[in-house]
Ligand binder design. Structure first.
Ligand SMILES: [Zn+2]
Length: 482
């Protein structure tokens, strides 16, 4: 028999999205009769509930009714069609109402943590269908609506900033809806329960208070974790707080608001995907680095090209001047021959004048040659620098591709989920909602481990042992030290 917790109906669904796409769970999980029954608790007829439960015991629809009050040891108030009158008298009416409202016969293994109305107060009642006909029920002391008040002097915005700083998480952001003190109470309760390694894995992940983008989504999801092209975030919708008045998480002697478990569920998703989030951040850094190298390469190419043109121009100038000098040398040689045949003063003056001009041109050519050679050297140097950067670009592209492959592999199979999937019952989920997928199974198990470890122990002891041994923390830290 698979034991199931219907706790998840109240947690509300959520969508974890595949990176780079946005998807939601296909449809809201529905449990005929059960969510309806939860609503029935409020303002129902206590007297007929008691009569109904008695009838169920007499007709063996309930074979045993184990009771446990305020954490005291379990006794049996009813067994084998008989009722223990003394114990029966100690049952608060809301407990019988809870027993009457939950159809164990059709939900063996069902466990519910309910806040049942008793005057202005609420009675935390845990009901467990041990089998289809054996019911255990435990309750705690009457409580006022859980943790609704906040008497600190800060505004919600100041408090959100202070919480983000204190736990080094967030930012804690307002979307279409603002964080209220009530919502922050739940968030604070979650953050206070997380060990340092988990807080570190959430660093930089925005926690956004928002409204559901559609009615359809609101029906299915109380909150969601999103990981996509524009970054990752946890989004807390109004529906997260819908059941705070009628359900709780934890033991009935220390009830915690159910919205705390919903937030913990989303944090579970974020932890399962922590390694891929780290790789996405690394990929972003590499992208920026790669762009910088590519820009340098282009700059080096432009510089080498400019030097090549400059050097070519210098060589053309040099060549023209060499031609000029050679023509001048020819004229000089001709003048020397003329002088040799004439030996007159005029011819001598022409030779002397041409000699001066030739010397000047020789000096000019030498200067131009030095400049051209210098430019050629610089051009070669710039060309080598360009080639070095081109190799760097090629290397950087290879690094990027490898990192992208690493990310793809992590997205296909999160190491956390892979390890979790080996636990007995991982595929079935510790709750009905957890059966949706391995991701939801992990998130549900994580939330229960943090806020109702006794329930997880009852439903999936191997999962509770796995979390308690810190296996998930090892997987988070392993990535950090890689
Ligand atoms: Zn989920």
């Amino acid at each position: 028999m698979i034991r199931i917790l219907v706790l998840a109906t109240l947690l509300g669904g959520c969508a974890t999205t595949r990176p780079l796409t946005r998807s939601v769970a296909p449809s809201p999980p529905t449990y005929p009769g059960i969510s309806v029954s939860i609503k029935r608790f409020i303002g129902d007829d206590y007297r007929s509930a008691e009569a109904n439960v008695r009838k169920d015991i007499q007709r063996s629809r309930i074979r045993s009714l184990g009771v446990s009050a305020d954490g005291e040891e379990t006794a049996v108030a009813a067994a084998s069609r008989r009722v223990d009158r003394a114990l029966w008298a100690t049952l608060p009416p809301p407990v019988l109402l809870a027993v009457d409202s939950i159809p164990c016969a059709t939900n063996p293994g069902l466990e519910l943590d309910l806040l049942v109305g008793e005057g202005q107060k609420r009675r935390p009642v845990t009901l467990w269908c041990r089998t289809g006909h054996d019911v255990d029920v435990a309750w705690g002391e009457l409580v006022s609506p859980l943790d609704l008040a906040w008497d600190g002097p800060e505004s919600p915005a100041e408090r959100a900033t202070a919480l983000a700083e204190r736990f080094d998480v967030g930012p804690i952001l307002n979307g279409e809806r603002e964080w209220s003190h009530q919502a922050l109470n739940s968030l604070q309760a979650v953050l206070e329960a997380l060990p340092a390694a988990e807080l570190a894995a959430l660093r930089g992940l925005p926690l956004v208070r928002d409204v559901s983008p559609s009615k359809l989504l609101a029906a299915a999801h109380a909150a969601y974790y999103e990981q996509g092209e524009s970054g990752s975030r946890i989004v807390i919708l109004n529906e997260t707080f819908d059941h705070d008045g009628i359900a709780f998480v934890g033991s009935p002697t220390a009830p915690v608001r159910i919205s705390v478990a919903t937030m913990a569920h989303e944090i579970g998703h974020a932890l399962a995907r922590a390694s891929s989030r780290t790789v996405v951040a690394e990929l972003d850094d590499l992208d920026a680095e790669s762009l910088a190298i590519y820009t340098s390469q282009n700059d080096a190419h432009a510089a080498a090209e400019a030097l090549r043109k400059k050097a070519n121009r210098a060589i053309n100038t040099l060549n023209a001047r060499v031609d000029e000098r050679n023509a001048k040398a020819e004229a000089y040689n001709t003048a020397v021959e003329t002088y040799r045949s004439r030996r007159d003063r005029a011819s001598q003056r022409v030779v002397e004048s041409l000699s001066v001009e030739l010397e000047a041109l020789d000096a000019d050519v030498a200067g131009l040659r030095t400049r051209a050679e210098d430019l050629r050297r610089r051009q070669a140097h710039a060309g080598a620098e360009f080639e070095r950067l081109r190799d760097e670009v090629i290397a950087s592209n290879a690094t990027l591709e490898a990192k992208q492959a690493e990310l793809d592999a992590l997205l296909d199979a999160s190491p956390m989920l892979a390890a979790f999937s080996k636990l007995p019952g991982a595929g079935d989920g510790p709750t009905i909602y957890g059966r949706t997928s391995l991701e939801e199974s992990f998130a549900e198990a994580y939330a229960l481990h943090r806020f109702d470890p006794e329930a997880l122990e009852r439903v999936a002891p191997e999962m509770q042992a796995w979390f308690a041994a810190g296996e998930h923390l090892r997987l988070i830290e392993q990535r950090d030290t890689d």
